[in-house]
Design a protein around this ligand. Sequence first.
Ligand code: ZN
Length: 315
Amino acid sequence: MVTIPQRVVITEVVCRDGFQDEARMIATSEKLALIHRLIQAGVRSIEATAFVHPKVVPQMADADTLLAQAPREHGVRYSALLPNLKGAERALAAGLDEIHLVVSASDSHNRANLNRTTAQSLAQLATVAAFVQRAAPHVTIVGTVATAFGCPFTGRVPLERLGWVIGHMQAMGIEQVVLADTTGMANPLQVKQTLYALRERFPQLEWGLHLHNTRGLGLANAYAGLETGVTRFDAALGGLGGCPFAPGATGNIATEDLVHMLHEMGVETGIDLDALIAAARGLPALIGHDIDSFVVRSGKACDLHTFSETAIARV
Ligand code: ZN
């Protein structure tokens, strides 16, 4: 008997992970209009931005104004990615519900991304976590481990190394950990084995997955995670979020494809898939290029076609 969770929470990351590497600058008003549509579609968890230096990620330069104007309706929870104390101060001033502290499991990726080793980042994040716990105890702190399943420079990340990073996060008082397959290197068996092993070692922690579909394994990996009991998934509308280390690669798993799979399996998301697909259809006009989404292209499995005797048989 296969049992999977009956309900999951999806965090929509299109405004952060999705837009951060887009060539066309997305205006704050355009982001707000999209966020409004997402909320109308039933999305209740939104990673809206990143509190990073505007020179490093120009698309996130409007983080403070975006959050000041973001609609606070239907109990929507806003989160943001941040790497340091300065980011945390800005995030708390912006009234975030949740902050995502990120570190790469591999030193090489962490150095490429944040210009310091994993150990140096962990020390810095401990300071940030302590600050947030003291200044805003109601704010949830989530630890995001980038390159959790593989590093584009050094390959497979040993479980021991992953455990070492997560042990540090737990010591900071973090109770929720998101494993990120930053460059789409994970496979379903690995996701399953990793989560089972980590759950055994850290039984108090709650787990989430942030998956990229770089090599077409995103949804298979999501299902593998679901089978281990994961109830929290990041996804980006339209599958946006290309990876700078895999040129031409697709981005995050598309939210509409993930929701479609979950609904087909009877898993509740609280999201109206048709409204989500309609929102995804608006993305090409915003970003100036096509999106990578199966259900936008092919419709839902439950959208039946009119039967015709003359249809050509295909297998
Ligand atoms: Zn990502």
